[in-house]
Design a protein around this ligand. Sequence first.
Ligand code: GDP
Length: 543
Amino acid sequence: MSSSPDTVAREVRRRRTFAIISHPDAGKSTMTEALALHARMISEAGAVHGKAGRKATVSDWMEMEKARGISVSSTALQFNYTPTGLANEDPGSDFEPNVINLVDTPGHADFSEDTYRVLTAVDAAVMLIDAAKGLEPQTLKLFQVCRHRGIPVITVVNKWDRPGQTPLELIDEIAERIGLTPTPLYVPVGIAGDFRGLLDRRSGKYVKFSRTAGGAKIAPEELLDAEQAAAAEGDAWTAAVEESELLSEMGQDHDQELFLAGETSPMIFTSAMLNFGVRQLLEALVELAPPPAGREDVDGKVREVTDPFAAVVFKVQAGMDSSHRDRLAYMRIVSGEFERGMVVTHAQTDRPFATKYAQAVFGRDRSTVDTAYPGDVVGLVNATALAPGDTLYDGPRVEFPPIGSFAPEHFATLRARSAGKYKQFRKAMDQLESEGVVQVLRNDTRGDASPVLAAVGPMQFEVVTARMLAEFTVETDLEPLGYSLARRTDDDSSPELDRQRGVEVFTRTDGALLALFSDKWRLQYIEKEHPDLTLEPLVAAAD
Ligand code: GDP
């Protein structure tokens, strides 16, 4: 029943799976919509994220979330894209469009473990920057995760239709603050606020854009050679040419190897709102971003994309929609062909897992998926047994390494308001912990009635208390703890650490011993006084 490795290899070649990383308000939703418009998934911008009902359709799965107009969880968007000029090429051939998977990262200011996990499921990232604001805290954090995971990054400077910094200022800022060398594929013609078009640095040609009413449609493009461009744009063209030459002199031309090695980042200037530069971004993704590749298993052996089916669960989500109260697990396919209805094996339990309710998810509408290939993201309904990091496979057994847990920076105790609800509370805690909603820490002093919750972002706590109430009818009291830092320690060091003021040692459910500190000065003091103690930083991703 399964397709041949050749079919899988062909499907893999045309796939690109990426995420957009950005600080809130840089324009991620607008860009997502612009990409959907260019892929002809929607006919007009405004359909997915209308101005009034902004972000209304992207997995707004809890009342809390609706009230704030933010998206707590991620969705995956899949669309076909045919690079320009290829659509009608040799109609008799078996030409197939590219398949683009856009995995959405949570778009709010708070940072959660979900964001990190999503980035384990992509092969490339688009770092979206607001031309006026440059690098912002969230962009920096997300970028660090990309670097840690070796994810190649394409940089997009958005909102070029509004006043902002100069291209060289932005380039310098990125090079200096994150140590990534931007290699612009295009430079803008016209300063920020006067966006006329793009100089394609590789062809030397000018892509001139025209506005459409309200930016609702794909912006018409005109391709001019250098002479025509100089005549049309005068000084703005000359400035762009000079900038491009300067970049070449500094060695900032695109180099595919350095890009894939995470040393350089192809850069594009866009206006998501006017749909300028969006096609160029799609073409760069297709041309430069790597297709899905095999993945190392726990023994260091690579499961190749053409091997039998295997996938990694990277995200679990419950209570997504009041009309579908269920638990949905998202898996990223690593190898082989996935067919809905397949019965696969859950590596962590060695139990069979039936996939007859597999779904592709877009906005509020769920559509069923029948076949999927490496790089694709599939939602599995009623996935009570699955947790982030789990492996599903068919054929030869495989188990991928755990996704890892991330350095928590926020800590609080939680207890059931009524002692009579204790049993329910325990059950809920286990459930939420297994979904990876929050990390749970325990020690003998505090006991089990009020475990310590540890989170990367404080919104994870709100999700816990809201779900405790909505799904388990347990009212809880959350009390923030005065710790802000965790270090991994060991059995030898913990007695001494426990004696210190402002320090407490806990066991995480995965068995790791974590010492919590009130602040970094406390930590530095203890490290100085007791240099023999084991205090290892928890790396941002996959420690
Ligand atoms: P997100 O929080 O990153 O998803 O950002 P949104 O897509 O919601 O955009 C934030 C605000 O910036 C909205 O008011 C958008 O209309 C606006 N915006 C997004 N892209 C552009 C752009 O290219 N130019 C201008 N002028 N505004 C933009």
